[in-house]
Ligand binder design. Sequence first.
Ligand code: NDP
Length: 266
Amino acid sequence: MSMSQLFAIFGNPVSHSKSPLMHNLSFKNLDIDACYGRYLLKDGKKLKETFFDLGLKGVNITVPHKEDAFNACDVLDPFAQKIGVVNTIVEKEGKLYGYNTDAPGFLKAISEFKEVKTVLFLGAGGTAQSTSSILRDEGYDVTLLNRSEERLKKYARDGFKTYTFENFTPKVYDLVINMTSAGLEDESLPAPKEILDAVIPEAYACIDVIYGKETPFLKLARNYGKPTKDGSDMLLYQGIIAFEHFTNYTYTFDEIKPIMKKAFML
Ligand code: NDP
């Protein structure tokens, strides 16, 4: 008797995650004998042990375990190796293979904005880390603006232009992107309004990585008449790329997309 393959998302918290719906819909519609659950992982150091105890074939990893996931892998793809952050693991012959699909998902999500060269990131947390790296690899000029200095130090060491609200002088940026959690569970803007009032009117478009709501940042951008985009496509695309890894590239991105997208309509 063949066993169905088990997948899961590890995180803390994890109850809000859309990933089980996205992946189970895709398994079902593609007739794959597999199931995807959610697991509240409290101790990231136990990731590997938990993975094998649960008999999993693959996992996605969300906050706050993406660095522990990196450390748990036996084999890393070159981009994950470079940034030190893993959000997708697949077991192959007893070894854990690690990937980062957030960054290519984000890159694909912003690819509809053509002729973009300069990008201003509001925020310098974990999501900014992988996405700034892939954008730079693709030739974008990325500047980071963050509330406090501490998180910027690593980016400055890596050669990015970094500013706090205190020492920032607004310039023209093609895209302004909210990479913070400001607006996720509150109504705050990711930067002082004077700064946003200076950079948004000059931008071609404004993007938020938060999904499922119009944040105060996107509302402000819309009021300036700018094209806006929330984080839904980023979430969808990182899921599709993870699914490609889970199924060993049996299906193409464009085959998976319309199926997984249904999870956003339920
Ligand atoms: P982190 O905790 O790693 O970083 C948070 C960042 O937000 C820091 O730069 C922090 O600044 C800043 N920040 C938080 N609150 C405020 C505020 N009120 N005003 C200004 N700056 C603030 O978070 P992540 O990088 O993990 O997540 C960032 C966002 O990305 C979240 O909203 C998350 O939901 C979203 N996300 C979306 C995904 C998608 O698929 N669409 C995937 C992953 C994440 P400081 O350094 O000063 O504390």
